[in-house]
Design a protein around this ligand. Sequence first.
Ligand SMILES: *[C@@H]1O[C@H](CO)[C@@H](O)[C@H](O)[C@H]1NC(C)=O
Ligand SMILES: *[C@@H]1O[C@H](CO)[C@@H](O)[C@H](O)[C@H]1NC(C)=O
Ligand SMILES: *[C@@H]1O[C@H](CO)[C@@H](O)[C@H](O)[C@H]1NC(C)=O
Ligand SMILES: *[C@@H]1O[C@H](CO)[C@@H](O)[C@H](O)[C@H]1NC(C)=O
Ligand SMILES: *[C@@H]1O[C@H](CO)[C@@H](O)[C@H](O)[C@H]1NC(C)=O
Ligand SMILES: *[C@@H]1O[C@H](CO)[C@@H](O)[C@H](O)[C@H]1NC(C)=O
Ligand SMILES: *[C@@H]1O[C@H](CO)[C@@H](O)[C@H](O)[C@H]1NC(C)=O
Length: 388
Amino acid sequence: MKSFAALTALTGLIAPAAATIYYAGVAESGGEFGVWSATSTVGAGLPGKFGVDYQFISTSAVDTHVDQNKVNLFRVAFLLERMCPLATGLGATFDETHFAHYQDSINYITETKGAYAILDPHNYMRYNNPSQQPMSGSVIGNTSDVTAATTAQFGAFWGELARRFSNNSRVIFGLMNEPHDMPSSLLLANLQAAVTAIRAANASNLIIAPGNSWTGGHSWTQGGAEASSLWLNKLVDPINNTAIDIHEYLDSDFSGTHQACTSDPATNLANATAWLKANNYKAFITEFGASNATGCSTMLSSMIDYMAANDEYIGWTAWAAGPFWGTASPCCTDSKNWGSLEPGSKAADGGPGMYDTVWVPTIQPKVPKLLQWTGAASVHGGNLTAKA
Ligand SMILES: *[C@@H]1O[C@H](CO)[C@@H](O)[C@H](O)[C@H]1NC(C)=O
Ligand SMILES: *[C@@H]1O[C@H](CO)[C@@H](O)[C@H](O)[C@H]1NC(C)=O
Ligand SMILES: *[C@@H]1O[C@H](CO)[C@@H](O)[C@H](O)[C@H]1NC(C)=O
Ligand SMILES: *[C@@H]1O[C@H](CO)[C@@H](O)[C@H](O)[C@H]1NC(C)=O
Ligand SMILES: *[C@@H]1O[C@H](CO)[C@@H](O)[C@H](O)[C@H]1NC(C)=O
Ligand SMILES: *[C@@H]1O[C@H](CO)[C@@H](O)[C@H](O)[C@H]1NC(C)=O
Ligand SMILES: *[C@@H]1O[C@H](CO)[C@@H](O)[C@H](O)[C@H]1NC(C)=O
């Protein structure tokens, strides 16, 4: 008779722990709106008017996503230059009116709706001039740039934000949206300053940390000595409650600007997935998306299946919903105005928007029936239940 171990190896009776998505939903883009300037005017749109130039969420859209679509995660963008005005600089001094609006949105999602929220400073690791985001602004911590905020200021900012949300374990700290074109050593220093400050503020919340190069999953191990894979494993969190924040689009250059889906994510994420496993990291993919072009539905579905099948992935948010998109599109349309993932969204010609052409037919069926609805957000996930 064969040994029990041999038998189970043959028959696969003992399966590895099932891969699980605990958190799934949509990115809310709108808090970073109203600063782009065609003429590169520094500070254009700052501070801007809440509800006119920018807004974080529409509560009715969040209601639809939670009550009807049964998603439990929202990633809510804001702009550092609004939270920490240029007059006082990046750090622990906030514009309290602006903070109150942001806190209202986060509290609505987490306390009123019982979902989870990722705080998303949508700043590309830059501060002081968002007029031409994602390229403008001084890289945080660039000691050769007298106008740049320092690494210590970035830490102070996160320490203060963390202190304010440390009573709410449904809040996840997304350290920064899409750092790019900067030394990875500086990226690591900035991320470490933030993690250290967050834990010093006694906030045990789940943190998600991005890599360099727009935190692209496909390029995680690329870039020679600058590869994210060589740096992010050096980040130290004293309580080990940090996951990796990855972005991945399906178009030819991974930018999320083209209609055609040509970059198969299962192939392109393989190295990042192996790195996550080797380094004992979990990950969220907090930006991904595709158009309604032929072939996109299949590839987008297979991407969500890939996350569900691989233990390293515990959460995702599709890009993007938000109250101010109108008929404009957040991704993947070759600049066509085909609407967004905001419920009720329409294309410019009055046709169905991406909520109806992408979310409803392709993403919604892949929202796991069981998600975490109670307890703290954590790299370990929590109890899974169906939303009532
Ligand atoms: C945390 O404190 C803030 C500020 O007092 C408050 O608005 C919020 O409701 C609190 N959240 C929880 C979950 O206790
Ligand atoms: C840092 O600032 C210097 C001086 O402005 C500039 O030449 C350099 O490109 C900046 N580095 C980064 C990564 O932006
Ligand atoms: C964090 O908790 C420790 C131990 O309870 C306490 O000494 C310290 O003052 C706290 N720090 C903050 C920033 O609240
Ligand atoms: C965090 O993980 C490291 C590496 O696996 C381990 O040495 C350390 O004990 C862990 N710390 C906690 C608080 O679990
Ligand atoms: C994955 O790693 C292998 C081996 O280093 C390399 O040949 C391949 O190009 C990598 N793929 C991507 C998408 O980076
Ligand atoms: C995608 O949606 C837009 C906006 O409704 C529509 O004009 C276009 O024909 C759709 N494309 C396909 C392939 O269905
Ligand atoms: C999961 O549910 C059990 C039973 O209700 C409870 O004891 C436990 O604390 C829960 N775990 C988490 C992480 O919420």
